[in-house]
Design a protein around this ligand. Structure first.
Ligand code: 1GP
Length: 252
């Protein structure tokens, strides 16, 4: 099964995916072993690897370390076009559709296309929607774009629908790493109902309860980074909460 088929399966069957975001520049070496051990134990579905300021040698080192320790697929979540490596399994080919910066809608893609064309990476064309999380985020600053206001569920829905109509295969609603306010359940509910492609949600999710609520509201995959960097033990409860939302949904 390809990575995309497994996301599609989640959308079609109501199963849920739990994704741990690893920022190669931020993760403390001592924590890495613990995160990898707990992630296998907790049946984490994928790792997203990336950050806004990652430098290349740390990226390769991080990917090698993960590969040596477990079989969890590694998907690049690149903050810029330098964050590419053949050592991963796939890449979110991101178009920042909440913004109006042409470079991040199509410009960088033109530059990276020849590299990706010959790479072994599975390419996942993804509409990336930055949602206001209550604090200025690195992504917003670096991308020179404004996030969608957190109360504008309808703007988020129309943006996501347009992205799907343009042919994007995954949608990622992100309040940004370390967001004060994660994406609301009402926005997740509306957007997931209007899409026939899988929906990933992340940014500022700190508790298993919020992870569960987001999955129940319609997110097919939940991403957690910061909270796990601070307390790797959260992986077990978070993963359980996300996967639990699936059985609940199927039985109702
Ligand atoms: C950020 O969605 C991810 O792009 C994860 O956010 O680090 O706040 O969990 P956190």
């Amino acid at each position: 099964m390809t990575l995309y088929q497994s996301f599609e399966e989640a959308k079609n069957t109501g199963s849920k995916k739990f994704i741990v975001l690893i920022d190669p520049d931020k993760v403390r070496l001592g924590n890495m072993d613990k995160i990898l051990h707990l992630a296998s134990q907790a049946k984490v579905d994928y790792f997203f690897i990336g950050g806004s300021l990652v430098v290349n040698n740390m990226l390769d080192h991080c990917l090698e370390t993960i590969k040596k320790s477990c079989d969890i697929p590694m998907i690049l979540f690149p903050g810029n076009s330098f964050q590419l490596s053949y050592r991963a399994d796939g890449i979110l080919f991101l178009s920042l559709i909440s913004g109006r910066n042409a470079e991040l809608l199509i410009g960088k893609h033109v530059i990276t296309a020849p590299y990706l064309k010959v790479s072994p990476l599975e390419i996942l064309p993804t509409g990336y929607m930055l949602i206001d999380g209550g604090v200025p985020t690195t992504v917003s600053y670096m991308s020179n774009t404004q996030p969608i206001p957190s109360s504008k569920d309808d703007v988020a829905l129309c943006t996501a629908m347009a992205g799907e109509m343009l042919g994007l295969k995954l949608m990622y609603m992100d309040a940004g790493s370390g967001a004060k306010n994660p994406v609301s359940e009402s926005m997740i509910d509306l957007v997931s109902g209007g899409l026939s492609i899988p929906l990933i949600v992340g940014g500022g999710i700190r508790t298993p309860e919020k992870a569960f609520a987001n999955a129940k509201a319609g997110a097919n995959a939940i991403v957690v980074g910061n909270a796990i960097e601070k307390d790797p033990n959260l992986i077990i409860e978070m993963s359980h909460a996300v996967h639990e939302a699936a059985s609940l949904r199927q039985s109702t």
